[in-house]
Write a protein that binds this ligand. Structure first.
Ligand code: HEM
Length: 518
């Protein structure tokens, strides 16, 4: 027997039900937000919100333009997820530094586990576990601790020079190699002269996973996590094979150098590596036993593979690559400014002389070289939107409602290119940091921005700046950097731009673009 109920009485009932649900959710939202609006931002569409008008590639430029219209807190809401972009030093300082207790979380996605990145402290949610990992990591990278690595960093810089002499046009590869080798030595005790190619290629695959896996919207499991266990033979789930490959590489990155360090320790070698020192101290009362080894591996992983921003599209990431990008932009700036190079070299000649290479202890007398490094970090902003933070609770900022879980992006690039702070910001001009022959403390220091903010500030910053100093000073002391000449004998012109992505590089053309002379 069939039911032939007329449909028309149901329609008003359904409509009434929707109306009740709508009014209820509205009043709940009002209670939650205290009636405060979201911060201003571009217009939204029903349901999808800002899905179609959120800036994508190189978003830091568009965010700076939008700030002129909406102010220094811009709000985007996409499919129910809020994101704010902070556009000035004042608001960044207020929210990420002073109110860090609520703004130190990281956005979470199921992809983190699919890529075996759950022991990466750069991705961890704010909380006890992150605190423990960060504490162990930080004790090896304080400004004091980093002094112990000076001889390794210096030797790696000298090897870098030797490679540059041998194959000057491959400077991009040499830069990558020098940072990777330094980190492998400091973290795992793996020798600078050992063959690092196997590590480099595993690292490349794991970094590929990070770069592909976190592209927003690329994988359905990001929004429907329960699909993560569907096998790869199910139509539409072939991508699981990629995740398996990336996971395997990440696990190799965690396990292979770790095993190498362990074997060396068993022979009584490499006892001053970070892995050896951390293994010796883990195991405090608050630390779950089974997590010790994983934590040490995680500390190794983050040292050379690094962190990323799950909410953004980005290329291969990692601390070694942050430093790589900074040194790459130094080479470009020098090739474009022979006058600046000459000035820095004159300072090196006076302070160091021709009989030896620069030492860390020369730093105080190398004011101009230090200004070149500050200008390099400002001019080419390596991580233009930092790594996204997130709020852990509903909040209020300047009268606006900021819901729990809001993604926060500080526009570091905009702060470093604000013409009211740095006159002619696109010009490379180290002099802006110097007054009366000294570094001028009144000028906003890029190192207070480019390493991020608050409780999540880059714990590798002292290590990174020390490596940059010794590499920049050594290269300037040994070489003249000039643009390469094309087939017609004209200098190859390279315009300074920033590649899209989480870490932004200098897009050097594939042909030989620089020359180094001694
Ligand atoms: C020029 C070089 C570098 C730059 C520009 C840089 C920049 C950054 C930035 C912007 C952040 C995000 C901070 C935030 O969330 O507010 C960060 C986080 C981090 N960096 Fe660096 N970094 C560099 C080198 C390094 C090095 C050499 C290491 C390791 C030895 C390192 C390890 C980390 C770690 C572990 C985090 C995550 C911290 C956390 O989430 O608690 N970085 N870095």
């Amino acid at each position: 027997m069939g039911f032939n109920l007329p449909i028309y009485p149901i329609v008003p009932l359904v409509l009434a039900l929707f109306a009740v649900l709508y009014v209820r959710s509205l009043s709940r939202w009002r209670a939650r937000s205290g009636g405060r609006p979201f911060p201003p931002g571009p217009p939204t569409l029903p349901v999808v919100g800002n899905l179609l008008n959120t800036p994508g590639d190189r978003a830091w430029y568009a965010f700076q333009d939008l700030a002129a219209q909406y102010g220094d807190i811009i709000h985007f809401r996409t499919l129910g997820q809020s994101m704010i972009v902070l556009g000035s030093p004042e608001i960044i300082n207020e929210y990420l530094e002073k109110r860090a207790s609520n703004t130190s979380d990281r956005p979470q996605t199921p992809i983190i586990n699919l890529l075996a990145q759950d022991t990466n402290l750069g991705l961890m949610p704010y909380g006890q576990r992150w605190r423990r990992y960060r504490r162990h990591f930080w004790q090896h990278f304080t400004s004091r601790a980093v002094e112990q690595y000076q001889s390794v960093t210096r030797s790696a810089a000298h090897q870098f020079l030797a490679r540059l002499i041998e194959h000057p046009s491959e400077f991009n590869n040499h830069i990558r190699y020098t940072f990777l080798a330094t980190v492998l030595k400091v973290v795992y005790g793996i020798g600078l002269t050992e063959d690092h190619d196997a590590y480099a290629s595993t690292f490349e695959v794991s970094a590929e996973g990070v770069s592909q896996g976190f592209v927003p919207g690329k994988y359905i499991v990001e929004v429907l996590p329960f699909l993560k266990d569907v096998p790869r033979w199910v139509p539409g789930f072939g991508f699981q094979a990629d995740f398996e490959r990336w996971r395997a590489a990440v696990n190799d990155v965690k396990n292979v150098p770790f095993a190498h360090a362990r074997e060396a320790m068993a022979r009584g070698e490499g006892l001053d590596s970070i892995v050896a020192k951390t293994l010796a101290v883990v195991g405090g009362d608050d630390e779950p036993e089974d997590d010790h080894e994983e934590m040490v591996k995680g500390i190794g992983l983050v040292s050379y593979e690094g962190k990323h921003d799950p909410s953004r599209l980005f290329p291969k990431s990692g601390p070694a690559l942050n430093s790589f990008s900074a040194l790459q932009s130094f080479f470009l700036a020098m090739s474009q400014h022979p006058d600046i190079q000459k000035k820095a070299q004159a300072e090196l000649d006076a302070a160091v002389g021709s009989g030896r290479m620069p030492e860390f202890s020369d730093s105080d007398s190398l004011v101009y070289v230090n200004a070149v490094i500050k200008e390099t970090l400002r001019w080419h902003t390596v991580v233009p939107l930092s790594v996204a933070h997130a709020t852990t609770a509903d909040d209020e900022l300047h009268g606006y409602f900021i819901p729990k879980g809001t993604v926060i992006l500080p526009n570091i690039w905009a702060c470093m290119h604000d013409p009211t702070v740095y006159e002619d910001p696109d010009a490379f001009r180290p002099e802006r940091f110097i007054r009366d022959g000294k570094l001028d403390p009144a000028v906003q220091d890029p190192t207070s921005f480019v390493f991020g903010f608050g409780r999540r500030i880059c714990p590798g910053r002292h290590f990174a700046t020390a490596s940059l100093f010794i590499n920049v000073a050594s290269v300037l002391h040994a070489f003249d950097i000039t643009p390469a000449l094309d087939a017609d004998g004209r200098p190859v012109a390279i315009k300074h731009t920033q590649t899209p992505g989480f870490i932004s590089f200098v897009p050097f053309p594939s042909q030989k673009s620089l020359d180094l002379c001694r």
